[in-house]
Design a protein around this ligand. Sequence first.
Ligand code: ATP
Length: 464
Amino acid sequence: MPETTIMDKLISLCKRRGFIFPSGEMYGGLQGFWDFGPLGVELKNNIKRSWWKRFVQERGDIVGQDAAIITNPKVWEKSGHVAGFHDALVECKKCHKRFRKEDFDSISQFDHYKNDIKSRKSFLSQMKCPYCLAEVQIGKIFTEPKSFNLMFKTFVGPTEDTASETYLRPETAQNIFVNFDTVRQSMRLKVPFGIGQIGKAFRNEITPGNFIFRSREFEQMEIEYFVNPKDDEKWFKTWVDASYQWFTDLGLKKENLRFFEQPKKELAHYSKATTDIEYKFPFDKGWAELMGIANRTDYDLKAHGLTYRDEVSKDEFVPYVIEPSAGVDRAALAFLLDAYHEVEGGRSTTTESNKEQETVLRLHKDLSPVKVAVLPLSKKQQLSSVAQGLAEQLRKKFTTAYDEVSSIGRRYRRQDEIGTPYCVTVDFDSLEDKKVTVRDRDTMKQDRVATGELVEYLSEKLNI
Ligand code: ATP
């Protein structure tokens, strides 16, 4: 399948089946803002739940927090965001769209062709403003690079004066640093320890795009892990490995993941080392950042004037911070793309004869928005009353769908398309033998299970 079409098909599926769609769409939407519908919110919650369980609840050295989105603006001054949270951008003078300077690095190549008219012509003919397609003539179509702040400004209180001015947070990390002492003391934590947080972040991105890959409102899952400076490299490696492991445990294919060590000259000013975990997204030449793990040194705690004293050794030092930082939305996109499969001609069995192309979302069971669907073989009241009772019972433990509309084959396909791992069919034999058929999404294997044992059977299969 050509890669560009995978995105188009996924975007269409996400809208049609209630995963993700543009925010405020009836009024034309707003670029960089997306709404997660009934299935999208389940998927996102499942991603967050898995991360939280793995990295906060299952560990004795990490605690969680949920800080305010809007906080004292001093936080952003001290962190360096007010001064530094901007990119150098060039603006197309014709359509006024702005682009990152890095996207236009090739402009500088122009100089190389100064004396070679043929190459220069050919180079120029390729350079167009990606939006309005105005051809580049240096200094004519694009402005010189300028800085634009990426933080959303807002006002607290009824008057819009500078005294009440603050920002929507552009990352969750700073909320953790400023709570370092409060959280550490309240939980009597000793280095090494970490604080984890999941929450919204806002960036007035210049070029949001590629669906939910780069939006202006998104969610982050971040850990700030505080270590003794002499152990930083060991912990950095540990966190790179643990982060990668989480993605593969949730089913991302290894061939679609790779590490990218940021070259020293490109590191952020606070970072000693940064390794990105990249996913083979079907854009940006195939690989783009899924998450980053940074060794932020003592930059942040120092910026906020915080330090640490070891109660046993009495040593006082400013801990280094290892920061695994992942985007929930970007992770959701990677999981969806990785899970998306099309089966030409369908996966027909004797009970599911169809010749249509079938879409199967092979999501990891922990991530599937709906865990089980109950499907009575026909709408006849004898069957539907049993099936509805069963669905009612299952709903207490699993996210459960109930569907009695159209042929059973079509209903299976509807569930496959949204990644439901198990379908339970109630047929006429069920009325006699009190058993139902459970069909596995991936193997298509069918088991006959006694209704009294169904919850236990599914709990075991779903590991819930
Ligand atoms: P990029 O280089 O793609 O802009 P970044 O290096 O600025 O990302 P970080 O500040 O390290 O990103 O943020 C950590 C993670 O948060 C990213 O790896 C990504 O998963 C997510 N993220 C960052 N910006 C966005 C965005 N605009 N939309 C969606 N997710 C984002």
